[in-house]
Design a binder for this molecule. Structure first.
Ligand code: KG4
Ligand code: ZN
Length: 351
């Protein structure tokens, strides 16, 4: 079967088509097309994503991307329209509601036109499945994966999630305030690096000394598996006020490296704790911050078998929405007439 997926939860418009076939050992997926259109340059002057601008861009981009995706997947629009794909999947949360609605409305109209089911998907389950998308044709085996522990690190979320099976999620721990990506973006703003801050901090950090400044590691030894990054961000702010980098002892690069190291130390410690407690068979990483080299390197040192998503799948994309969309399709978890409701604060839960 073929599934078309749409993702518009934030500032990336994305459409993908995947082929999925059951085999003896699991499900074979093939990415037939995976199109992403980033709005970074549009939001950069504002220092963050402007929801109504994102909405306007999604509305403009969706029909263009659809044509491109279908062309690349060799599914010509027109002729036997109802045979194009067997299902349409769409992200309905969490994310920016005005942005989510654009994808939902577009997906609902397509599903109606093509007479196929509409499958609502949680954006975070997309980030969980992104680590399993290892090649253009990849197999997700029936056995050997679960229980799977995923560290999700994105602009809006920081969670440790345990999956006992497909589509079964238990949140073991999460951030009590800022998400990791958010902290990266805010610290980048303090250092006047630009937007989005994560990639800029990680680039600058490579030139700095991570031992230069001993920033706090909030909640690193707390008994639970929760996180907190807002205090760390404030420490960087105070530090900057007291030690301006221009002419001072520490460079911006030292600050970036020391901040990054503090974040990575906390993430590693909590992941270790969760792994000891739950003894997962698989450990994986997902979300925009999964592109961070320091985090990838340090995680790999502690967990040599960890599954790291390919860099092109760390940021938001629609291929990662198609995969859980397929498992939801198998379980007939279709949207009711009218489509799903955009849900900005949607949580992962068992289905
Ligand atoms: O998953 P994502 O694309 O969007 C959300 O679902 O939020 O994550 C975006 C976040 C942004 O905060 C961005 O600064 C961060 O991921 N990010 C990084 C890196 N690349 C992107 N953070 C740290 N290091 C990176 N290399
Ligand atoms: Zn995301």
């Amino acid at each position: 079967m073929k599934i078309l997926a749409i993702e518009t939860s934030c500032d990336e418009t994305a459409i993908a088509v995947l082929r999925a076939e059951k085999t003896k050992s699991g499900v074979e997926f093939e990415i037939l097309s995976d199109q992403v259109s980033s709005q970074v340059t549009i939001h950069a002057p504002f220092g963050g994503v402007v929801p109504n601008l994102a909405k306007r861009e999604h509305i403009k981009n969706l029909p263009i991307l659809l044509k491109r995706t279908l062309r690349e997947a060799k599914l010509p629009l027109g002729s036997f329209a109802s045979k194009l794909v067997d299902a349409v999947a769409v992200t309905y949360g969490p994310g920016l509601e005005p942005a989510l609605w654009t994808g939902i409305n577009f997906a609902r109209d397509l599903a109606k036109k093509w007479l196929v089911p509409l499958v609502p998907v949680n954006h975070l389950e997309g980030h969980i499945y992104s680590a399993l998308m290892t090649k253009p044709i990849f197999l997700i085996s029936k056995s050997g994966i679960f229980p799977m522990l995923t560290l999700i690190v994105s602009g809006g979320h920081t969670e440790l999630v345990l999956s006992k099976n497909h589509l079964q999620y238990k949140i073991l721990g999460e951030t009590l305030d800022d998400a990791v990506g958010e902290a990266f973006d805010k610290v980048a703003r303090m250092l006047k690096l630009g937007y989005p801050g994560g990639p800029l901090i990680s680039k600058l950090a490579k030139k700095g000394d991570a031992r230069a400044i001993n920033f706090p590691r909030p909640m690193i030894y707390s008994k639970d598996l929760n996180f907190s990054f807002s205090g760390l961000k404030t420490s960087v702010l105070y530090y900057l006020r007291e030690h301006p980098p221009a002419g001072g002892k520490f460079s911006k690069a030292d600050m970036a490296a020391s901040f990054e190291k503090a974040v990575v130390d906390v993430l590693i410690r909590k992941t270790l704790k969760a792994a000891e407690q739950y003894k997962p068979r698989t450990i994986a990483l997902g979300g925009g911050v999964a592109a961070n080299d320091k985090l990838r390197e340090e995680l790999q040192k502690k967990f040599p078998n960890i599954i790291l998503p390919e860099k092109r799948f760390t940021g938001d994309n629609a291929a990662m929405i198609a995969v859980p969309g397929y498992y939801r399709f198998l379980k007939k978890k279709f949207a009711k007439a009218g489509g799903p409701k955009a849900t900005g604060n949607l949580r992962l839960s068992k289905i």
